[in-house]
Ligand binder design. Structure first.
Ligand SMILES: Nc1ncnc2c1ncn2[C@@H]1O[C@H](COP(=O)(O)OP(=O)(O)OP(=O)(O)O)[C@@H](O)[C@H]1O
Ligand SMILES: O=P(O)(O)OC[C@H]1O[C@H](OP(=O)(O)OP(=O)(O)O)[C@H](O)[C@@H]1O
Ligand SMILES: [Mg+2]
Length: 281
């Protein structure tokens, strides 16, 4: 059986479960379940803390896992990213009170609190800066107010936590993170893993694209197809009414309304948009 590590709680756990459900895998009913066997798909899920997932997968005890890119790089475990999943997005940034340095160079000699010491130490080393890095488990924003640190480095999603603590980001983002699928570094070909990745890629495509159908006069089809080129090539079929064709093509969901306006303007009619439930490309 393929052994897969999934986040047991936190920001990544709900979206990861949803994606696996869309990919046809069984999901746990009780959030306290730590192991779940899906015999039909020949997989076994292990629900673990996202920070630990890189360690389990890096050690080769589990075949594949879902965690955050920031947690993967912070751990320096022997795992590598193989697919970005488009959820759990965040940036990892320095922040401090008014009057903090403007960039990493200005951190020389300061005290930095963070839960991600690996990322921060690596970033400081890359910039040739020496600073004191203190590891905290969470609620890092409060470290400045309580005098434990001069600045912090933390995950920023909406920025609400920083604003509430009276802190502002500074410098370039240290990292842009996303939920990712990881495997042990250098793991060889494994058809079971490839099938798992293909299923997730299918979900990503089904989320990003919709299917667009429309009718258009045959003399306009070249112009129309230029608006909806599809991933490979759109399907064009004759209609019973002479001089008209039906076109079917995949288009980006976020561009669908604009494309419908443009198609309408060149005479397309009966424009229909439908969701894709699953696909293999
Ligand atoms: N708003 C957010 N807060 C924290 N982590 C987030 C957020 N949005 C995305 N993430 C990502 O989630 C991962 C951290 O998940 P983790 O479960 O360890 O922390 P959490 O979501 O803060 O949960 P908790 O603090 O309740 O344990 C990281 O990859 C991080 O980039
Ligand atoms: O930019 P925002 O949308 O505010 O999200 C980012 C904040 O959320 C997380 O904290 P969490 O609530 O998980 O608490 P923790 O620090 O104890 O992990 C993270 O550590 C930041 O503090
Ligand atoms: Mg947290």
């Amino acid at each position: 059986m393929l052994r897969i590590a999934l986040p047991n709680k936190g920001s990544l756990s709900g979206p990861a479960a949803e994606m696996l459900h869309e990919a046809g895998y069984r999901q746990r009913k009780d959030p306290k379940e730590l192991v779940l066997v899906d015999p039909e798909n020949q997989v076994e899920f292990f629900f673990l803390r996202p920070r630990d997932i890189a360690v389990y997968v890096g050690s080769g005890r589990l075949d594949v896992g879902i965690t955050g890119r920031d947690l993967l790089l912070d751990s320096a475990a022997g795992a590598e990213e193989v697919l970005a999943l488009g959820f759990g997005g965040s940036t990892f940034r320095f922040a401090g009170p008014a009057g903090s340095p403007k960039d990493a160079q200005g951190l020389q000699g300061l005290r930095i609190a963070t839960s991600y010491t690996g990322l921060v130490e690596q970033h400081l080393a890359e910039h040739g800066v020496q600073a004191t890095v203190t590891k905290l488990d969470g609620a890092v924003e409060t470290a400045v107010q309580l005098g434990v640190a001069d600045v912090i480095a933390d995950v920023v999603e909406t920025g609400t936590s920083l604003r509430n603590a009276g802190l502002e980001v500074f410098g370039e983002p240290i990292l842009v993170s996303d939920a990712v699928v990881i495997r042990p570094k250098g793991a060889g070909e494994d058809t079971r893993v490839e099938q798992f990745l293909r299923r997730l890629q299918g979900v990503l495509v089904a989320r990003r694209y919709v299917l667009m159908d429309y009718d258009i006069r045959a003399e306009k089809v070249t112009e129309a197809v230029a608006l909806t080129p599809g991933l490979e090539s759109p399907t064009v079929s004759p209609l019973h009414t002479e001089g008209w064709v039906a076109v079917r093509s995949m288009v980006l969901r976020k561009e669908a309304q604009r494309i419908m306006d443009d198609l309408w303007a060149i005479g397309a009619r009966g424009v229909l948009v439908t969701n894709i439930h699953a696909c293999r490309l």
